[in-house]
Design a protein around this ligand. Structure first.
Ligand SMILES: Nc1ncnc2c1ncn2[C@@H]1O[C@H](COP(=O)(O)OP(=O)(O)OP(=O)(O)O)[C@@H](O)[C@H]1O
Length: 252
């Protein structure tokens, strides 16, 4: 599989705290990678590092497809200030900022792309609505339209399904599948183990000063989840009761 991003010998942490040592992995085109771990294990720090907002302690990132730092990013919805006085269509247009000038605005091709993005995200009919009038699910759809407009080879989604209902989740998941099928790499920070098993082909499990990565079924074993502090022994035996591995749950 072609790598969109190669991570080599990455050690991540802060002055007095090492979160994990010497992680080497490829984030491959056409895969969906779940990043998970207990509170404080380093998920947000990993996201910040990918976005170039902080340097690793050591190690390096390379972009074999030659688009360094080209990441479509969906922040946690709770971090978004919906009082910002813009409409849904303006929010989506921000995803294409590289392609238009402050004075010129979107050209015809970009306007067509935007209409398609709003339509795919299910917010075309409310494109002129200001953000403060949106429900949580509508705002998340509008933020997805913005990521569609970014048209990036690597898409990073921080808690994409927090606070959305089942039908919105299914809708957003169909967009994620399209991205994957187009050969983009999709990285999802998620808390809920069952959604990882449903949506993701690969996992990066953080915790206990370790970072373990690989296909979902290899990483998310009861033993590993307990060893890295994600589940207690009793939670693991309850969640995996009657199965020998996560493979019996997985539906990627
Ligand atoms: N700027 C900082 N300086 C020093 N330590 C930090 C800083 N930011 C985070 N930390 C520490 O790094 C560790 C990892 O934090 P991080 O926010 O990455 O974890 P997380 O897995 O995203 O947690 P959560 O699931 O609770 O959001 C925590 O112990 C946190 O206190």
């Amino acid at each position: 599989m072609t790598a969109v991003l190669q991570i080599r010998d990455l050690t991540l942490g802060y002055r007095d705290l090492t979160l994990f040592h010497r992680l080497s992995m490829d984030i491959a085109a056409g895969t969906t990678l779940a990043v998970l771990g207990a509170n404080g294990s380093g998920k947000s720090t990993f996201v910040k590092m990918l976005l170039g907002l902080m340097d690793p302690v050591s190690g390096n990132l390379t972009w074999p497809q030659g688009r360094p730092g080209d990441i479509g990013y969906l922040a946690q919805m709770t971090e978004f200030d919906r009082r910002f006085p813009i409409r849904v269509r303006d929010l989506a247009a921000m995803g294409a900022w590289r392609g238009f000038g402050y004075r010129t605005g979107l050209d015809a091709a970009a306007r067509n792309r935007m209409a398609a993005a709003l339509d795919e995200a299910g917010v075309l009919d409310i494109a002129d609505r200001p953000l403060h009038m949106l429900s949580g699910g509508q705002l998340q759809r509008a933020l997805f339209a913005r990521v569609i407009m970014q048209d990036a080879p690597l898409i990073l989604l921080d808690e994409p399904f927090a606070a959305v209902d089942q039908s919105t989740e299914a809708h957003l998941l169909s967009i994620i599948r399209r991205w994957r099928d187009e050969g983009r790499a999709v990285v999802l920070v998620v808390h809920d183990l069952s959604s990882v098993l449903d949506y993701c082909s690969h996992a990066l499990l953080l915790g206990g000063q370790e970072a373990t990565h690989g296909p979902v079924n290899d990483v998310l074993t009861p033993d590993r989840l307990v060893a890295q502090g994600y589940l207690s022994e009793s939670q693991a035996s309850w969640m995996f009761r009657g199965t020998h591995s996560t493979a019996e749950h997985a539906n990627v």
